[in-house]
Each structure stands twice: as C-alpha cells, then as structure tokens.
Design a protein around this ligand. Structure first.
Ligand code: PGA
Length: 251
C-alpha cells in the first residue's frame, strides 16, 4: 500500500469576519508549527483568500477555496473562475459540497464540470460525495456514491484523480453532531477506493479519501486510524483553534 500523507482541511463555510478569523488563523498557524505531521489546508470564504493567503505564507499550510465556477470566464455575475483562485495561490478547491448540491442545485453533472475546470487550472479538487439519511436507510448508499463518482470519472477521466482528493461526507452527519462510526466510514471509503481501482489501481491506491461530518477532537483519532481514511474535511470544529489543532495532531 502506498504511503498517503493525511490531509486535514478546514472548511470555514460562510462564518466569521476578519475580526474573528484573524486571531483564529494566528492560533492555528502557531499550533501547526509544533509537531503536526499531516498536511493542513484552510478554505476561507472567497473574499478572505487574499488576506488568509498572505498570513499562510511560510507556514506550510495550504490555501483552498470552497467553490468555483464551472465556466472559464464570461458573463456570470457573482461567480469565481478557477484561474482567479490560481491567482490567489489556492492549492485546493472544494467541489460538490453537499450544501452546494442541496441548497444551490448543483447536479452530478455540474459538479463534474467544476472538477474538470479545477484540474484544468492546476487546482486540486476536494470532491465531496455522500448520501442522505433516507438513502442510507433504504440501503442505497453505494448506488448513490457510485453515481456521484462515475459522473465525474466519465467527464474528467480517471487520470484527473491523480491530483484530486475525495471527501466522503454522509449528509446526515454534516453539522448534526452525528458522526458515522469509524467502521461505517471505513466501509464506504474502501468501497470508493475499489470503485476507482476498477479504472486504475495505482491512482486508487494513492488517492487520499477524507472523512467529513461532525469530526471533532474527541472522535478524530479513531476515524483516522482506519486503513482507508486519510484525514478529514472539518466544518464546525475548524472554527475553534484548539479543536482544530487537536484534530490535525490526530491525523
Ligand atoms: P461539520 O461539516 O464538520 O460541521 O459537520 C463538515 C463539512 O461540511 O465539510
């Protein structure tokens, strides 16, 4: 099995203002300097990318965006293109978060188009996939994940996954305080890896698959100890420096 360096990515979502985010970031940067082995990324709201990017210089922490447009440029008021994120030195971009899918109507096809744009602009997509509670209860988890994944593989090609990260985020676990058990998560992560291995063994083996959904300091270690869980995508807990640092240390 290949050595996959764990990644812990903070998804700040639409939280905070400069007044609260500056001290949060200062504490995180200070804490990361002491013995965190995982790769760490921060995904602030678009308008703070410049400021956060400056503060992250020389820290080894990567910058990421939470979304991008599926077009390259043009009359798309309010949208942000991949090339613009590249200008701000983003390394990562979250693609297809369940909040984008549910609240903003992003279909599997739209998500796949965004993934293609990201990779085409040398941004590493963090592709989010996950099932609703009803789907899990109906025994449909694997079908849903296969559909979400296959649409992207079809559009982007398997080679594009060499520069991607996948985040498994069961929708019922996001922001609810209800986490998947390590065994439930591992089962799905192994399924995702196998699905990719059908196309390319090596890429599947090297790909980092993060877990997301109510990860906190108290449950991070047992999740990250599972064979196919290579870090986490952290929402709520990334807004508290101590919690987030503890999660980074657990990875
Ligand atoms: P949460 O969010 O950690 O607050 O559950 C995770 C995410 O939405 O990426």
């Amino acid at each position: 099995m290949s050595q996959r360096r764990p990644l812990v990515a903070a998804n700040w979502k639409m939280n905070g203002t400069l007044a609260s985010l500056r001290p949060l970031l200062a504490s995180v940067c200070k804490g990361i300097a002491n013995g965190v082995k995982a790769e760490v990324a921060i995904c602030p709201p678009y308008v703070y990318l410049g400021e956060v990017g400056r503060l992250l210089e020389q820290t080894g922490i990567a910058l990421g965006a939470q979304n991008l447009a599926r077009q390259d440029a043009g009359a798309y008021t309010g949208e942000i293109a991949a090339a613009m994120l590249k200008d701000y030195h983003c390394r990562y971009v979250i693609v297809g978060h369940s909040e984008r899918r549910t609240l903003y109507g992003e279909t599997d096809t739209v998500v796949a188009e965004k993934f293609v744009r990201a990779v085409g602009n040398e941004l590493k997509p963090i592709l989010c996939i996950g099932e609703y509670l009803e789907e899990r209860e109906a025994g449909d988890t694997e079908n849903v994940l296969a559909r979400q994944l296959d649409t992207v593989i079809e559009k982007a090609g398997i080679a594009a996954f060499a520069d991607a990260v996948i985040a498994y985020e069961p929708v019922w676990a996001i922001g609810t305080g209800r986490t998947a058990t390590p065994e439930q998560a591992e089962e799905v992560h192994a399924f995702i890896r196998l699905r990719l291995a059908r196309h390319d063994d090596k890429i599947a083996d090297q790909l980092r698959i993060l877990y997301g959904g109510s990860v906190k300091a108290a449950n991070a270690k047992e999740l990250f100890n599972m064979a196919d869980i290579d870090g986490g995508l952290i929402g709520g807990a990334s807004l508290q420096a101590d919690e987030f640092l503890a999660i980074c240390r657990a990875a």
